[in-house]
Design a binder for this molecule. Sequence first.
Ligand code: HEM
Length: 273
Amino acid sequence: MIPYVPLERRPFRLHMGLRPLEPSRWLEFDEDAAALRSLRARLIDEERERVVALDEPGRAPSAELLEVVLDHLARVHPERVAPIGDDHPLVEAARLVCEDLCVMVREDAWRLRAAVVCFPSRWDLREKIGATLREIHGPVPGYEAALGDPVDAFFDRIDVARGYWRLNWTLLDTPELFVPEGARAAPGGDLENWYFRVERQTFRRLSGSGAVVFTIRTYVAPAARLAERDEHFVEALVDQMASAPPAIQAYKGWVGVAERLDPRRRASSRPDH
Ligand code: HEM
């Protein structure tokens, strides 16, 4: 099951929600790690043009990142150390871990200069490579106003010695991890048709190049399983979805979903004869 269910008990809001990262917990491995590594290797080999994007300014920071990953594995997860090949250093690093890896370089603004993203959640990496943080988030309603300046300022301030992490979640109509595109229309269906998807994201600055490494570890669980495990899950979920601004609901593909899944509404609309 998934280790994080970040549903807040207050109305939905777009926020950074950053927490200090314990260095030994930068990368996460669990019982799914071996399967995830082989899925990632297959996607890198078979879908390379969609999961790998590399610009020249990202090369030196990627080489630095590979060294940092190897050093981290040797110290914290020695059982996960594996031989590396002679592909681009970011691709080699991405084969070793369960996280997707993005390298952000400070130029006129912070730009995405190298990425291996095997598990996108309905976005296309090819449209994001080379883009600034604001451009990357162009489709996210309210990002510019609520997060544009704070995220840029945060990236300027990240200290080599101190990383951060945050959680992001959504509800999707598929358990697939590789979801490069797809209509954001909310299909019908009951709890059984929905999957709760959590991204654990980390941010660290590399000491040599000064680039920022953004990692994304994706966890997916059937919503019905989470509802069995926690009697408050569905209520918290529908409260979050229903309190999100309509533009966010449309962006996330949630329009009408809260109403359909809400047990309070279902109870009141159920015919009693
Ligand atoms: C503190 C830093 C960041 C914050 C607070 C943030 C916040 C967000 C939020 C609120 C969304 C909306 C999607 C959702 O809630 O499910 C989003 C989407 C996204 N973010 Fe970030 N983000 C951050 C850093 C980054 C970085 C460094 C990248 C670099 C690749 C990135 C790439 C994306 C992408 C690709 C999307 C989907 C955009 C689309 O639909 O086209 N984010 N982000």
